[in-house]
Each structure stands twice: as C-alpha cells, then as structure tokens.
Design a binder for this molecule. Structure first.
Ligand SMILES: [Zn+2]
Length: 70
C-alpha cells in the first residue's frame, strides 16, 4: 500500500506545502538526487571528453612548435 497522506506535506522531507517544484527542486531528497546525478553526468562527460580528445588528437611533432629564431 502506498503512502497516501491527506495533508500537503512532503512525504520525503515532511516539508509543508508539497508542490511539483518542491518535489523536483526544493526537496532535500531531490537536492541530494540532483547532486548525485550531476556528479555522475560530470564524470561521464569527462570520460567522453577525454576519450574523444585522445581519438581526435593528432600528433603534431616539429610543426610550428619549434622555437622561432633560435
Ligand atoms: Zn520534500
């Protein structure tokens, strides 16, 4: 059986006046979930970025990198 409450308080953090905005943003539970999600996304995007970077990177040796006017 699901928790069905008659009052308007949040079932997760007992914040009074639950709304969709609270459920998505303001709830401490949601904030924790967002923090975890954003961290995972950051890790994944960093992985992807480093992978694509290594795939894209072409070795530029002795081409424009040598000191000029030696
Ligand atoms: Zn809440």
């Amino acid at each position: 059986m699901r928790h069905i409450t008659n009052d308007n308080s949040c079932a997760r953090c007992s914040h009074v006046g639950e709304s969709r905005i609270h459920a998505l943003c303001d709830c401490t539970f949601s904030k924790a979930m967002w923090a975890i999600t954003l961290r995972l996304v950051a890790v994944e995007s960093a992985k992807y970025r480093s992978k694509s970077h290594t795939q894209k990177s072409t070795p530029i040796v002795g081409k424009g990198l040598s000191k000029v006017g030696s």
